[in-house]
Design a protein. Structure first.
Length: 76
């Protein structure tokens, strides 16, 4: 069973530290967006778009990868 769960996913490759930081920033903005004033919404939307673009660039450059070889084995 352990070999079938998340097989082929290495968390460090899937979300390196910078990507994790960007994802947390995006999640924070999306949580705060509904209650923000219109002027703040525009600024927040721009920050969100910048973070999304950086994540896409990281993915395109291969810095974010979900296909890293990983083999999980039970140890008793």
């Amino acid at each position: 069973m352990i070999g079938r769960r998340q097989a082929g996913l290495y968390p460090r490759c899937a979300l390196p530290p910078r990507a994790r930081e960007l994802e947390e920033r995006c999640n924070s903005i999306m949580r705060d967006l509904p209650g923000a004033w219109p002027d703040d919404r525009r600024r927040m939307a721009q920050v969100l778009e910048d973070a999304r673009a950086e994540l896409e660039e990281m993915r395109a450059r291969g810095m974010i990868s979900t296909g890293a070889p990983l083999r999980l084995e039970e140890v008793s």
